[in-house]
Design a binder for this molecule. Structure first.
Ligand SMILES: [Zn+2]
Length: 424
């Protein structure tokens, strides 16, 4: 009798573990969340518009249902921050005593007033004939240092397009001033006046504190913003629903939050975050990454576009920057015996590792990787109005989410710690 009882309870234990995950992570639940996030009511979840607020409050309500705690220093699930945008009032300048045409000065800044000369701490650099203007400009801006950039006249046709960098910026943006000139001045003086407007954005963050290793964080993330409303396509559809990009990843984050909350055995602290403003510059993840100590982040699972089959078919996904840490190998070893497989990113030329929300923390050494199935060379609804739930393979998506949950097991428990990513 006792033996039989042990056998039965043993079987039922095995059975119930397998069932537990299916009972929390399943296709019905994936559909429920994905349907809401990608519905026309959400109006394409565009950052800097009010339409993204309803997506944020839906995500917050799901975090609440899962019993998540607030992130350090917050009094709710919204991590709100503001971005500044400058509108030019006037720009004047001279170099070696000769005045410069206003149209030949473009300042990327969040300062109301910029006034500087050769005695200030601006570094002078040149973009020469034959250089890639936009790449050089982009790289300089990324450094966040004060630059006076002398742009060779051969770029005169495209010079005014540098204004595109004067979108919303963080208040900490160091000014970069581009001047169209062939001169290398020894003295100069510039004065630029702007009107500054501020607008607010919000990530949505929830936390499951670790049972023992409270100061070791594991992040599960996705971006919840998309492209909003645009021109109608041939079917008259003007809403960019972003069902795959990235309501699918957001759905995964919400389901993982619920799963780990019900398991209630995570030794490390789990942080669930959905980022805003990925589509317009990655501002959400950049802000978030500055509110957490990179040294305390053990791993980041960023999930981006998992709604369609990968190039290998169902039950597979790729990991960006696979060879930059042993994160992928750990995930795969936790999946031993299943038919799911993770692969290295098959589109290395697209530089995906440095293009998504994992990039800021990865640059600081965190094994922060993006998990995706998106066929970057063949995804017909990518950034189109037709990125709708009807084009997604929801069954496969639920399997991917389940596999992420299972594959993260030893990182969540503290048994495995992926190696750090070497900074570039
Ligand atoms: Zn996108």
């Amino acid at each position: 009798m006792k033996i039989i009882f042990t056998l039965i309870s043993c079987f039922s234990f095995l059975f119930s573990t397998a069932q537990d995950i299916d009972h929390i992570i399943n296709v019905q639940e994936a559909k429920r969340i994905e349907t809401i996030l990608s519905s026309d009511k959400m109006q394409g979840r565009k950052a800097f518009t009010s339409s993204i607020d309803s997506a944020a409050s839906f995500i917050a309500s799901e975090f609440k249902k899962s019993g998540l705690k607030y992130f350090d220093g917050l009094t709710g699930y919204l991590q709100t921050f503001s971005m500044l945008k400058a509108t030019l009032i006037s720009a004047s300048g001279n170099m070696d005593g000769r005045s410069i045409d206003t149209n030949h000065i473009i300042a990327i800044t969040t300062n109301e007033e910029l006034k500087f000369d050769e005695n200030d701490d601006y570094t002078t650099v040149a973009i020469n004939n034959g250089d890639d203007l936009f790449r050089e400009a982009y790289n300089l801006l990324k450094e966040n240092k004060k630059y006076l950039v002398l742009v060779n006249n051969s770029h005169s046709k495209n010079f005014s397009r540098l204004k595109m960098f004067n979108t919303e910026n963080f208040a900490t943006r160091a000014p970069v001033v581009f001047v169209l000139t062939d001169e290398k001045p020894s003295t100069y003086h510039f004065e630029i006046k702007n009107k500054i407007t501020s607008s607010s954005l919000a990530n949505v963050v929830g936390v499951l504190p670790g049972k023992s290793r409270k100061n070791e964080y594991v992040i599960f993330s996705a971006h919840y913003d998309h492209l909003g409303i645009g021109q109608p396509d041939e079917k008259g559809d003007s809403i960019y629903n972003g069902a795959n990009d990235d309501a699918s990843g957001t759905t995964a984050v919400l389901m993982l939050a619920k799963y780990f909350s019900e398991l209630n055995n995570n030794e490390r602290t789990l942080v669930f975050v959905t980022f805003t403003a990925e589509e317009v510059g990655g501002f959400g993840s950049q802000y978030f990454s500055k509110q957490i100590s990179a040294d305390s982040v053990v791993a980041m699972f960023n999930i981006e576009m998992i709604g369609t089959e990968s190039k290998w078919g169902s039950n597979s996904a790729y990991i960006t920057g696979y060879d930059k840490s042993d994160f992928g190998k750990i995930l795969q070893s936790n999946l031993e015996g299943s038919n799911f497989h993770f692969e290295p990113d098959p589109y290395p030329q697209q530089n995906l590792f440095y293009r998504s929300d994992n990039a800021t923390l990865a640059a600081l050494g965190v094994p922060a990787h993006t998990i995706s199935t998106s066929k970057m060379d063949n995804e017909p609804n990518y950034h189109k109005q037709s990125d709708e739930i009807s084009t997604l393979d929801m069954k496969n998506m639920a399997e991917i989410i389940k596999s992420i949950a299972i594959s993260s097991k030893t990182i969540v428990s503290g048994k495995d710690t992926p190696g750090r990513v070497k900074s570039r």
